[in-house]
Design a protein around this ligand. Structure first.
Ligand code: HEM
Length: 490
């Protein structure tokens, strides 16, 4: 097996040569200034006469871009401050639209459980349909249920065992050959690793011949993901939006060209599973469905797993006592990693949950109201753009002890802080669109961390302070410098 992707190239593509709001000097100052500005509070819409509903409070922010700048630059801090100012429901202009922000477990439950079918995926379609057209998360109602039923066939226990085997073989070899005993940037290294895993688990890549293909696809994925958070939402040549459209075209062609061969043969990868997936009633996917689902799934699986592993590795390096506890937990194990073994690692579970709580990979669940409705006693007109903010839920002092502190023990069975409300801790969402890949995602993250901790001591540079870039999905703005020191065996 060979290393597929050049980490330098990924680092260049992701962090260095494409400046973001977090890496452009002065943006923090501007965001803080805007944040402190006193905007005049206005109602989102006037409730119908005679109703006892309240208007949603908020303000538009700057003309056109509204509060997008503060949201992307300050992330959870911005969301928490709005929550403190207005409560669990408020509004602001973001991403070119007036949007309603919902936070807190009750609001999260009302929207995600979606009892009356009042909340559609139209919000996600507005943001990312151009790049992730007809991905599972962008479908609604009966159509969504139909596609999810078929896709479930790619997530059976046998399939997951197969994916974990493939993933572990890749991870074990790649980690053993990672440059070590000097400082490296962990985030691009992990991005390379999860892309290599994805190339094998999702596409059964032939690593001896596919190098250029996979690098090319990686660029296309990065462009498509970033396209969704473009502030200028039309195709200016060279802009985020048009680079995203180009990325989508590259991916479509790649998957469409490969379908006939995948349909003819069978293999243990995800692409093959989708080509042959059938529900209990014999329903199957058309070629177009497979292309759309593969593009969405690769994105949904790859960035989320990379971010989760990066945040957990950072926390383990920052807290050596937890690093040692997890290493002790895995120490007894020798041999191939299986889902049953990974499931037994409860200390590691708590570390991963705490990492997902502090920096969850998905900063908002985006919806649109299908009709006029009531939410938390407020009036929300039909066609409203809604953003549920999980980061706020994960940091509310009324639920979490010292919410900003890394404390994995809060997830242990004697404390169970996350179980105070079914929609308090929601890194994988909830309701009908709850992450279908959660189990595989956790297995992959745990496999990487197990192999990493069994081989190396993780150490941060002295007095290092991490800064998360939240201009798209969160990642460490400087790549996360870390020293991997080989452990002495025996
Ligand atoms: C490990 C980290 C992961 C995290 C934190 C995560 C998070 C999420 C969240 C929050 C949602 C729901 C968004 C919403 O309701 O608006 C979601 C949906 C989804 N995720 Fe994940 N995910 C992860 C890994 C994966 C993996 C590995 C796969 C695929 C193998 C995957 C595939 C999907 C799909 C297809 C959906 C849409 C489900 C639907 O609409 O029915 N995810 N994910």
């Amino acid at each position: 097996m060979t290393t597929l992707i050049n980490p330098q190239k990924i680092r260049d593509a992701v962090e260095r040569h494409k400046p973001t709001l977090a890496t452009t000097p002065g943006t923090g100052y501007i965001a803080e200034k805007l944040e402190k500005h006193h905007w005049r509070t206005q109602p989102f819409a006037t409730p119908p006469p005679g109703s006892d509903l309240k208007p949603i409070p908020g303000d538009p922010g700057l003309p056109f871009i509204g509060h997008t700048f503060e949201l992307m630059r300050l992330g959870a801090d911005y969301q928490l401050r709005r929550y403190q100012q207005f409560g669990p429901i408020s509004w602001a202009t973001v991403f070119g639209r007036r949007g309603v922000a919902v936070a807190g477990p009750e609001g999260t439950q009302a929207v995600l459980a979606n009892k009356e079918n009042t909340y559609s995926q139209g919000g996600w379609r507005y943001l990312i349909d151009t790049f992730f057209h007809r991905g599972l998360m962008l479908l609604d109602g009966d159509e969504h249920r139909y596609h999810r039923r078929i896709m479930q066939a790619a997530f059976t226990r046998e399939r997951l065992n197969g994916y974990t085997n493939i993933a572990d073989a890749v991870i074990n070899e790649q980690i053993a050959t990672t440059p070590h005993d000097h400082e490296l940037e962990l985030y691009p290294m992990l991005k390379q690793l999860t892309l290599t895993v994805a190339a094998h688990v999702f596409m059964a890549a032939d690593t001896n011949t596919a190098d250029t293909n996979v690098e090319y696809l990686n660029d296309a994925f990065i462009a498509a993901v970033r396209g969704g958070t473009a502030i200028v939402r039309y195709p200016v040549p060279g802009g985020r939006w048009s680079r995203g459209i180009h990325g989508r075209r590259v991916l479509e062609k790649y998957f469409r060209d490969a379908i006939p061969e995948k349909r003819r043969t069978t293999s243990p990868d995800f692409f093959s599973a989708l080509c042959h997936a059938a529900s209990d009633d014999g329903e199957t996917f058309h070629d177009d469905d497979i292309v759309n689902h593969m593009i969405f799934l690769m994105m949904a699986a790859h960035d989320t797993a990379t971010i989760t592993t990066t945040v957990a590795a950072y926390n383990l390096a920052r807290h050596p006592e937890w690093q040692n506890a997890v290493r002790d937990e895995i120490a007894a194990h020798n041999g191939p990693i299986t889902p049953a073994f990974l499931d037994s690692l409860t200390t590691l579970d708590n570390v991963i949950n705490e990492s997902l709580r502090l920096v969850g990979p998905v900063p908002a669940f985006v919806r649109e109201t299908t009709t006029d409705t009531e939410l938390l006693g407020h009036y929300v007109p039909g066609g409203s753009f809604l953003l549920v903010d999980p980061w706020v839920n994960h940091l509310l002092p009324e639920y979490w002890t010292n919410p900003q502190t890394f404390d994995p023990d809060r997830f242990s069975s004697h404390r169970n802080e996350h179980k105070q409300h079914p929609f308090l801790f929601v890194p994988f969402g909830g309701g009908a669109h709850r992450c279908i890949g959660m189990r595989f995602g956790i297995l992959e993250v745990k496999t990487i961390l197990c192999r990493l901790l069994a081989t190396y001591q993780l150490e941060l540079p002295e007095s290092y302070q991490v800064r998360w870039d939240t201009s798209s999905l969160p990642f460490p703005a400087d790549g996360l410098p870390m020293r991997l020191t080989a452990l002495r065996r025996g």
